[in-house]
Structures are given as C-alpha cells and as structure tokens.
Ligand binder design. Structure first.
Ligand code: SAH
Length: 463
C-alpha cells in the first residue's frame, strides 16, 4: 500500500519538518501487522514528495488467531496491496505528530494551509468512485479517480472494485491526514482490526472539526465503526454535541445571570411549548411531525390523550432509532403504541403517508433543506398532504449577532443550508399561503431583542 503526499509550497522541503521525517533518509517503522517505510522520491525547493509504503504481512495477520480452517483466502487476499484501515493505522503511527497538528520547532507551519496532493495508487471502494467523491469532495479536495481494470490483459472483464485516487487542495497537512485517517476505512468498509470502545474517542479526536457538518456524516461514522450501533450512536452524539440547542441554551444561561436560581426555559423548550400549545388550541387529533429528529416533540404529544394518531417522519434512520428509544416504542402498552408510528421518508417527495392528518409540524427543519428543494417540500406539504394546520419554525438569522460564540456570517448549525431574517421568512410564508390557499400568522419564540427580534420564529398556516 502506498500513500504519496506532495507539496509545491515554497520551500517545498518544509514537508520534512511537517511530517517530522528527514527528506534525506529512508526510515522504517514496525507495525503490528507488518512494517512501514517512509522515503522522499523528490525533495527540492519547488516540489517535495513523501512516500509512505505499508507492507502488510498476511501471515502475521492470521497467525495466532487460532481458526485454522485452512481457508486459503486468509493468505491470498488483497490486504497487502489495497489501501484500507491498515493505511490509517500506519498514518497514525508514522505521522502521529502531523496528524495531531503539531510541528516541533515550526508550529506556525502546521497551522498554515498549503497546496497539497495525496495520491493512492490502489484503493478499494465497495461503493465505487461515487462514494470516494461524496466523502472527500465536500471537504475541499479536488477528487480525481480512475477505475482499475480487473485484469489489464483482459479489459473486457471490466473494472475491479479498486481505483486510483488523487486528491488536491489547499489545506493544513493535519486536515488532509485526518480526512484520510477517517475516510479510508469508511470507504473500504471492511475494517480488519478489532474495533474497541476507544475507537469512538479516536474518531472524535480526529474528526470533530470537519465531520459534524459533512453531508455524509452518518454514513461515514457508521462505516468507520463497522456499523456497531451503540458506538455509532455514541460517536454521533458526541460529534453533534455542539448543535443548535446547546448553543442556544448556553447563550440563554449567559444572558440572564441574575436568573440563575430560576433558570430560564431553554429556547428548545420554549419552541416545543409554543408548538404544543398551538396544536392543543387547534383541537387537532392527529399530527405528523415532519423531520421529527429524535422525537422530542412526539414524546411530549404522546403524553396528551387528545392525540389519536401521531407520526414522526425523518430522512435519518439514526434519528429515528434514537426517537424510538426516547419514546420507548418497544415497551409501550399496546393501546398507546397503536397511536404512534415512526417512518423514514424525505419531505421533498410527494408521500401519501403524510396525508390525512389534522396538523403537521416542521420544527427547525426547513433550514436543513437545500434552498432549491424547498419548493418540493412546499408542494409535498401544502399541495398534497394539505393538513388544516401547518406549523413551521426556523431560526431568525438577525438574532445570530447576539450569539457571542458564533462567528459573524456562520450558521447556528453546520448542517443548515440557509438561515432567514424575519423579512425573508415573511416573504416565503406569504408566497406559500397565497399559492395554496392558507392564511398564516407569525409568532416569536424566545425573548426578543429590540432591534434583532426573537431567536427563533414560527409561522402557523391555517386552511
Ligand atoms: N424537529 C426536530 C429535529 C430538527 S433537526 C427537533 O426539533 O428536535 C432537522 C431534522 O430534519 C433532522 O432530524 C434531519 O434528519 C431532518 N431532515 C433533514 N432533511 C430532511 C428531509 N429531506 N426529509 C426528512 N427529514 C429531513
């Protein structure tokens, strides 16, 4: 397995400092499953390239496992040639300081974004080139892949599950190494070494800066942790800890120090309260929660006997799994259980399951949709499902200036695709109401700022 990292930063030989490997020497490192070597095919002022070669010993891997079934595949396999979790382990072992963002004696170098190219001649991707692009692309890499034929002498046999990968971009070396460390095993999808509980810590340490907002976050975490559900859940919870609720709660606590005895209700709590009150006042008996997430609203509604039918819909299976746990779905008494259901689905497609409810809620959901999919959401909800009441909440972007920990121009959550001012929300709601024959009312959620308005806003559409 080979990983080449090169730069044209001037002087390019700075790469030697960054990797903590002398460009004039070839060095060897023993690994549990073979050995690694590092050498520099080129080390000039204009361009410098470091090669990491990992030699996996398949016999070493099998030895001591005790399952002497004699299966030849234990020895004859692609392990020595295809980049995989072994390459990750080698990166962590051989380039440890660079991966951690350290550079002895030249700390400023490690913080600098440099033009970097990484090349892996043979990479196994079960999901093909598509997943390689989806994993690396959103992180600012230019991704080039070329398929490798199954057998070069017989091109008619088609392509293999292997490809050549070239990544180029301007970023910190630590970022590039972290991306490779986490994404290579996820893409390979077949981690050979044991996944221990400390694997979550390793993942969070290497990915907390860039994975929370990654569009394929759940897929990556699930594959990285070999689909071990409890670990996947733990990792996702920690990676998304800094989500909007926390930001809002910590800010709410800071804003009212005099009230610390009687801690103000968190914004999330106020939001759910207003939605629940509005539903109650409407006398709705059936509610669909669109983008129900972990089921916070549903848990509250399930406590009220007035609701005969509750449905939570979300695109994320993981969110639904957590919702099922929060609602204790598998332990509910049958009569209660019959009143609630969770379904996976996307809100940007017409879906017959969303029809026939008195009310629909989309609490902090629309800002997670691509702006160009918003019309599809509008059609699915207001043209097809058409409940008598639709409640939509979304952040008020103007209020972001009050969040001291939020840099200007940034969204409250990395997964937000947009955040609207009050005027923008009004304009959208006016359009929706006019197009689909609804009347609507605006409401504030959270204590408003005189100039900026409230932290969050709600539109209640009635037909
Ligand atoms: N309403 C919940 C969750 C808000 S977070 C609450 O207030 O706690 C936004 C949710 O929308 C996430 O759970 C996300 O998975 C879901 N979501 C994003 N895009 C979606 C889509 N196209 N279809 C369905 N759900 C979607």
């Amino acid at each position: 397995m080979l990983l080449s990292i090169s730069t044209t930063h001037q002087p390019a030989t700075d790469l030697g400092y960054l990797l903590a490997k002398h460009p004039q020497r070839c060095q060897q490192f023993p690994l549990g499953f073979g050995q690694a070597q590092v050498w520099y095919p080129q080390a000039d002022v204009d361009r410098c390239e470091a090669m990491l070669y990992v030699d996996v010993d398949p016999v070493d891997l099998v030895r001591g496992k005790g399952d002497a079934e004699g299966a030849l595949s234990q020895y004859v396999n692609d392990r020595p040639y295809a980049a995989s979790s072994f390459l990750s382990v080698a990166i962590a072992r051989v380039y440890a300081s660079a991966l951690g963002g350290d550079c002895k004696g030249r700390p400023e170098l490690a913080q600098q974004a440099l033009p970097l190219v990484a090349e892996i001649p043979v990479l196994r991707s079960r999901g093909g080139a598509d997943w390689v692009h989806r994993c690396f692309g959103p992180l600012g890499h230019e991704v080039e892949t070329s398929a490798l034929p199954l057998d070069a002498t017989f091109p008619e046999w088609g392509d293999s599950a292997y490809l050549r990968l070239r990544l180029s971009g301007t970023m910190r070396l630590a970022s590039l190494l972290q991306h490779l460390y986490v994404l290579l095993p996820a893409i390979d999808g077949d981690r050979h070494h044991y996944i221990g509980d400390d694997e979550v810590d390793k993942l969070v340490a290497k990915a907390s800066e860039w994975l929370p907002g990654h569009p394929e976050r759940d897929w990556i975490v699930s594959r990285y942790l070999k689909r071990r559900r409890s670990l996947v859940r733990a990792a996702l919870a920690r990676l998304t800890e800094s989500d909007e609720t926390e930001l809002e709660e910590s800010e709410a606590a800071r804003e009212a120090p005099e009230q610390t005895l009687e801690r103000p209700l968190s914004l999330n709590e106020q939001r759910l309260q207003l939605v629940a009150e509005t539903l109650r006042a409407s006398c709705a008996q059936s509610v669909v929660d669109l983008g129900c997430g972990e089921g916070r609203l549903l848990a509250r509604l399930l406590d009220e006997r007035r609701y005969q039918r509750l449905l939570g819909v979300d695109v994320s299976l993981l969110a639904l799994e957590r919702a099922a746990e929060r609602l204790k779905l598998d332990r509910l008494p049958p009569l209660l259980r019959a009143r609630i259901d969770l379904k996976q689905g996307s809100l940007t497609y017409r879906d017959a399951r969303l029809a026939g409810f008195d009310a629909a809620c989309a609490v902090e959901v629309i800002e997670h949709l691509e702006a160009e999919r918003l019309l599809a959401f509008e059609t699915a909800v207001f043209a097809h499902a058409r409940p008598a009441l639709v409640l939509v909440t979304t952040p008020n972007a103007e209020y972001n200036a009050r969040f001291e920990t939020l840099p200007a121009g940034r969204f409250r959550h990395p997964d937000h695709r947009f955040e609207w001012t009050r005027a923008e929300f009004h304009a959208w709601a006016d359009g929706v109401a006019a197009r689909h024959g609804y009347a609507w009312e605006w409401a504030a959620i959270g204590a408003p700022d005189d100039a900026l308005g409230p932290p969050t806003q709600m539109a209640a559409f009635r037909r």
